[in-house]
Design a protein around this ligand. Structure first.
Ligand code: HEC
Ligand code: HEC
Length: 473
C-alpha cells in the first residue's frame, strides 16, 4: 500500500466530479436519472475507480483505469471524454449516470455522430465487471462507515443497492448477449415480469439488437417503436425502456414524464450526417434507378427540402417470412410477454402498437445508412455490399474492435474492413476461439446473417452502383 490513509480519505471525501464538458447539445446530456433511480453506478465510484486501483496495486493514480474499463465496456471517447457517462449531484452524492448517448451515439469512419448506435456498447461486460467492482467498493465504503469515517445515509444505501442490482441484471445469463454491440431487449422485458412478481422467462430468446438510429424517429413512431414496431409511439413511454431496466419506480417515471415528451421531440429533430468521402455521382445516379425499381417498394424513396434536409417518411412493415432474417428478436415477444406489458402499472404510458406480436420487421428508412453498419437489426452483416450478396456468401466472422474508427472503414464496400492478410485473419480466428466479445460470430443464437436476399442475383457492377447510391442517403 503506497498511498497513505489520509490520501484515501481526502479523495473519498472530495466532491470533485469526473470532467464531463458538455457539448452544449441537450441530447448529449439527456438522462432520466431521478430520485436515486435509473441507469447509474454506486455513489462516488466513478471518480474513485483510478484511486481504488492505486490502493490495490500501488500504481500511480491516474485516469487510466477508468478509460481502460470504458474501452472494455464499449463506451466511446471523444477528445478524452467518456461519451454518455457523467456525474450527477443528488442529495450530496456524486452519482455516475449513464446517459442516452452512451448507446445512442457512436463513431463511423472516425466521425462522432449523435443518433447512430454505439457499435461497441457491451452491457453484458459492464454487468460482469460491475458486479465485482461495485461489490468490492461497497465492502470498502462499509468499512469506512463502520469506523465512522464516511457515513452512509439511507439515500446512499438505496442508490448503492439499486446500482448493484442493475449490475447483476446486466450480467444475468438470461439477459445478456455474447457479443458487444448488442443489447438484449429481454433486459427491458424483464421489468414487466419483476413488477408483476413473476419469474423472468427462461425460454432462451433474448432479442439482442444493435442500437438503432434515431434519424426520422418522429415518422417511424407512426408505425411504432423498435425493430418490430412493438411499441406505440404516443404516449412515448417506451423511451424510458432502459430506465425501467434499471429498476426505476413507476411513480417516478410518471413524475418526469413531461421531460420524456421533450426528449421525444429532441430525438425527432436530429439530422443525418453526410457521407464524409467522395461519391462517384455517375454510379450513384445509376444505382438510384435500380434502387427505385427494386429496394424502394420496401425502403421507400428519398426526398429533401430546399435546405437539403431529408423529408422523413413513415417506414413500411415487412412480415418475417418475406424478409427471412433472424427470428430471435420476434420470438422474444411471446403472448405471455404482451400480456405482461398490457397489465403493467405503466400500461397507460407504455402501450403496444397494432404490430405487437405480428412477427414483422420494420424495413428501416436508410438515412445515413453508410454509418449504421454492421447491418440488419442484429448487426450481423458487416458491409452494405455484403447486404446485396446471398447469406451463403456473407462473412460469418468479423471483428468489431474499434469498429467506428477511420482505419476500420471500408469505403468501397461501405462498412467494416475484413482481414486482408494471413496475420489479421489468424488473429481473428484466435480471438474467436477465445470467445472475445468483439468478434461477431453469425453461428451464435440470435446472430444469424440469414435473409434479406431479394436482389442478390444482380451483377457486381449494379451492386456497386447501389452501394454508391446508398452513400448519398
Ligand atoms: C444500453 C443501451 C441503451 C441506452 C443507454 C438507451 N437506449 Fe434507447 N435503445 C437501445 C436499443 C438496443 C434499442 C432498440 C430496441 C429494439 O429495436 O428492439 C433502443 C431504442 C430506442 C428508441 C426507439 C428507436 C426506434 O427506432 O424505434 C428510442 C426513441 C430510444 N431508444 C430512446 C432512448 C433514450 C431517450 C434513452 C436515454 C434515456 C435511451 N434510449 C437509452 C439501447 C439503449
Ligand atoms: C421485401 C422488402 C425489402 C426489400 C425489397 C429490400 N429490403 Fe432492405 N430491408 C428490409 C427489411 C424488413 C429490413 C430489416 C430486416 C432486419 O433488420 O432483420 C431491411 C434492412 C436493410 C438494410 C439494413 C438496415 C440497417 O439499419 O441495418 C439495408 C442496408 C437494406 N435493407 C438495403 C436494401 C437494398 C439496397 C435493397 C434493394 C437491393 C433492399 N434493402 C430491398 C426489407 C426489404
Amino acid at each position: 500500500m503506497k498511498s497513505g490513509f489520509f490520501a484515501i480519505l481526502s479523495v473519498l471525501l472530495s466532491t470533485s466530479t469526473l470532467a464531463y464538458s458538455s457539448t452544449n447539445e441537450e441530447i448529449s446530456n439527456l438522462d432520466f436519472y431521478s430520485n436515486g433511480g435509473g441507469m447509474h453506478l454506486s455513489p462516488g465510484i466513478l471518480n474513485k475507480l483510478e484511486f481504488i486501483r492505486a490502493v490495490i496495486d500501488g500504481t500511480k493514480a491516474d485516469d487510466h483505469v477508468l478509460h481502460t474499463l470504458a474501452h472494455r465496456w464499449g463506451i466511446q471517447e471523444n477528445k478524452d471524454e467518456l461519451i454518455g457517462i457523467k456525474t450527477v449531484r443528488d442529495k450530496k452524492l456524486n452519482v455516475g449516470v449513464v446517459g442516452c448517448v452512451a448507446c445512442h451515439s457512436g463513431k463511423a469512419a472516425g466521425q462522432y455522430i449523435i443518433g447512430i448506435g454505439n457499435k461497441n456498447i457491451d452491457p453484458g461486460q459492464i454487468g460482469m465487471d460491475g458486479v465485482t467492482i461495485e461489490t468490492d467498493f461497497k465492502k470498502f465504503t462499509d468499512l469506512l462507515a463502520a469506523t465512522h469515517l464516511q457515513k452512509k445515509s439511507a439515500h446512499y444505501r438505496n442508490v448503492e443497492d439499486s446500482s448493484i442490482k442493475l449490475m447483476h441484471k446486466l450480467a444475468d445469463p438470461r439477459l445478456s448477449a455474447s457479443t458487444q454491440g448488442l443489447v438484449p431487449v429481454s433486459l427491458v422485458g424483464s421489468w414487466f415480469y419483476e413488477i408483476a412478481n413473476d419469474p423472468i422467462p427462461n425460454h432462451g430468446f433474448k432479442g439482442a439488437v444493435k442500437v438503432p438510429t434515431w434519424f426520422g424517429f418522429n415518422k417511424k413512431l407512426e408505425v411504432g417503436q423498435f425493430s418490430d414496431a412493438i411499441g406505440k409511439g404516443h404516449p412515448p413511454g417506451w423511451i424510458v425502456g432502459v430506465e425501467i431496466t434499471a429498476g426505476q419506480k413507476p411513480e417516478v417515471v410518471r413524475s418526469y414524464f413531461s421531460k420524456v415528451e421533450h426528449a421525444n421531440d429532441l430525438i425527432g429533430a436530429l439530422k443525418p450526417p453526410k457521407y464524409p468521402f467522395a461519391i462517384n455521382v455517375t454510379r450513384a445516379n445509376r444505382g438510384k434507378l435500380v434502387f427505385e425499381n427494386t429496394c424502394a417498394k420496401c425502403h421507400g424513396t428519398y426526398e429533401y427540402d430546399s435546405s437539403g434536409d431529408p423529408i422523413y417518411k413513415v417506414p413500411k412493415m415487412i412480415p418475417l417470412e418475406r424478409v427471412g432474417t433472424d427470428s430471435d428478436r420476434l420470438d422474444y415477444v411471446t403472448e405471455d410477454f404482451l400480456e405482461h406489458v398490457r397489465s403493467s402499472p405503466l400500461s397507460d404510458l407504455i402501450q403496444l402498437s397494432e404490430y405487437a406480436g405480428k412477427r414483422m420487421y420494420v424495413a428501416p428508412r436508410l438515412h445515413a445508412i453508410w454509418a449504421r453498419f454492421p447491418y440488419l437489426h442484429n448487426g450481423s452483416v458487416p458491409t452494405l455490399r455484403d447486404m446485396l450478396e446471398p447469406a451463403s456468401k456473407r462473412p460469418t466472422l468479423f471483428s468489431l474492435a474499434e469498429a467506428g474508427e477511420y482505419k476500420r472503414f471500408d469505403q468501397k464496400r461501405g462498412g467494416l474492413t475484413m482481414p486482408d492478410n494471413a496475420a489479421t485473419l489468424l488473429s481473428l480466428i484466435q480471438d474467436e476461439s477465445e470467445h472475445r466479445r468483439w468478434v461477431y460470430d453469425t453461428s451464435l443464437k440470435g446472430q444469424s446473417n440469414q435473409g434479406h436476399e431479394k436482389f442478390t442475383d444482380l451483377s457486381d457492377t449494379v451492386k456497386d452502383d447501389i452501394v454508391e447510391y446508398l452513400k448519398t442517403l
